[in-house]
Write a protein that binds this ligand. Structure first.
Ligand code: ADP
Length: 494
């Protein structure tokens, strides 16, 4: 119900008005306008317009009592007014009524002014009391609703935080068993005399668990970002090694598909930089893995270039593919959390829908952004531009750039778990400390091929005791950080 409609039947002399004011003296509604468009503050007007100085006093009285009456001048015209605070208004709203003195019935006679003023003031009080009751109800309802919504909002924010915390804890808890599954199946795959069927099934267990671990890691990252706990860890890193690793890792994704992987590496790229290389790699891997995932045949291209800007370097990665492309209406959803688009046609392609959202947030933390251009059915181009710290002027140079670009000819299908020829270290003595038995099993299994002597214990105290006995002098100790009773830091200190 509009204030002006509520008061449609009222008339206060000629130009008198009834209005609603907030606790700052700003008129929120009045009976003459459906919508108040201009901000008109009694308090400010009184201070800034010398002719309306008396408003200051009138407003002051208003803030002090529950109700009252008085004379004041507005736009240079002397007026009579009465006001009353709305009962129960949380925001301190007030109803007021006012009219120019000159409109009073006996204005000509000097003494009549007082009489007419007196009568008018009494009428005003009656009107104001009546109206403030009438308007109080809807406003009280509105305010109650406002309060309810504010509380609800706080609850939702708290619930969202709790969700993020829960996800972060859960993901962390899930990583331990996931690592056991991955580590143990990797160990088994390393055995020589596996039956073909066992090998095949183990391969599936291995790759399914790697996928699951990636999803868990993405969830962990997103919830860390959401709860404000995510931080970049910048280090000095070598750009050619970074590119080399990224290419070697992603080339495997071509699998059996007829895809050419083209690289364009600028020879002027600085050879070293300062930044969070692991997160940069994550962004890169996400864009490249999507390009390979959503392309059946054709070309995937990766262009790397940079520009110097004071003590920063702006890095640009362009990942271009000739894949399925993205519909214009889906473009906006790409970078939102859990935003897998076109779910029906993508159903066979696995993914959490978190990759791009994470990549965007990480790039944003590096002062940059990711943009995308795409034509549905033809292909997509993703461009990530972000800032790293300048370390050196020395460019990677032509030779390195060319050898990096030659990497695409490297054997594509490589068994990532190929049995490497390992150094034998029969004299090395190693101690592994972890409170989870499967972690010890995985660690021991991984070190077995080196022929080392590996001892395992389940806690900090046992580790300290074993070292104190000094039957063996260890060449290396792998110490878990968080363990019950004595943690890794304490054990190491002792
Ligand atoms: P997902 O884990 O599902 O791949 P992403 O956040 O990496 O999650 O990508 C979100 C969605 O964007 C994908 O589900 C896919 O529909 C679309 N998309 C991303 N990259 C490409 C691409 N190169 N070509 C076509 N569609 C893509």
């Amino acid at each position: 119900l509009l204030f002006s409609e509520l008061l449609a039947d009222f008339r206060i002399w000629e130009t008198g008005n009834i209005f609603l004011m907030d606790d700052q003296g700003v008129v929120i509604a009045n009976m003459r306008e459906r919508v108040v468009l201009e901000r008109d503050s009694f308090a400010e007007r009184g201070k800034t317009n010398p002719e309306d100085k008396s408003l200051v006093k009138f407003f002051e009285n208003m803030t002090q009592g529950e109700r009252g009456t008085g004379f004041y001048s507005y736009q240079g015209v002397e007026r009579l007014g009465a006001w009353k605070k709305i009962a129960g208004s949380v925001m301190g709203w007030t109803v007021a009524v006012a009219a120019p003195l000159v409109e009073g019935p006996i204005v000509q006679a000097q003494s009549g002014v007082l009489v007419s003023g007196g009568i008018f003031l009494i009428c005003c009080i009656v009107i104001v009391v009546f109206i403030s009751r009438g308007v109080a109800e809807p406003f009280q309802k509105l305010e109650k609703q406002n309060k309810y919504l504010t509380e609800l909002n706080e609850e939702v924010a708290a619930a969202n935080k709790a969700k993020s915390r829960f996800l972060a804890n859960m993901s962390h808890e899930m990583r331990t068993p996931m690592n056991a599954i991955i580590g143990l199946s990797e160990l088994l795959l390393g055995e020589n005399d596996l039956k073909a069927e066992v090998q095949e099934n183990l391969d599936k267990v291995y790759s399914a668990s790697v996928t699951l671990l990636n999803i868990v890691n993405d969830i962990l990252d997103i919830s860390k970002i959401e709860s404000g706990k995510f931080e970049l860890v910048p280090v000095d890193y070598d750009l050619p090694s970074f590119i080399n690793d990224t290419v070697m890792f992603n080339i495997l994704r071509i699998d059996e598909k007829p895809i050419v992987f083209n690289l364009s590496i600028d020879e002027n790229l600085p050879s070293r930089m300062f930044g969070d290389d692991l997160r940069v790699k994550q962004v890169c891997n996400n864009l490249l893995s999507n390009a390979f995932k959503y392309t059946r045949e054709g070309v995937v291209e990766w262009r790397v270039s940079s520009e110097r800007d004071g003590d920063s370097v702006w890095m640009t990665f362009v990942v271009k593919d000739t894949g399925i492309g993205i519909k214009p209406e889906d473009m906006g959803k790409l970078f939102s959390d859990y935003g897998q688009v076109d779910t029906r046609s993508n159903r066979k392609i696995e993914g959490s829908g978190l990759g791009l959202a994470l990549a965007r947030r990480m790039v944003e933390m590096m002062d940059g952004q990711i943009t995308v251009e795409s034509e549905f059915g033809k292909g997509s181009t993703f461009t990530a531009r972000f800032r790293q710290k300048f370390v050196t002027d020395v460019p990677i140079g032509r030779e390195v750039a060319e050898s990096l670009m030659d990497l695409r000819y490297a054997t594509r299908r490589r068994d990532s778990r190929a049995k490497l020829a390992r150094v034998r270290l029969p004299y090395a003595k190693v101690l592994v400390v972890d409170d989870i038995q499967t972690n010890l099993d995985v660690a021991c299994g991984m070190m077995k091929p080196y022929g080392m002597q590996v001892d395992c214990v389940l806690g900090g105290q046992q580790a300290v005791a074993l070292i104190r006995k000094a039957e063996v002098r260890y060449d290396a100790i792998f110490m878990d950080h968080m363990m019950p009773e004595m943690d890794g830091i304490e054990a190491t200190r002792i």
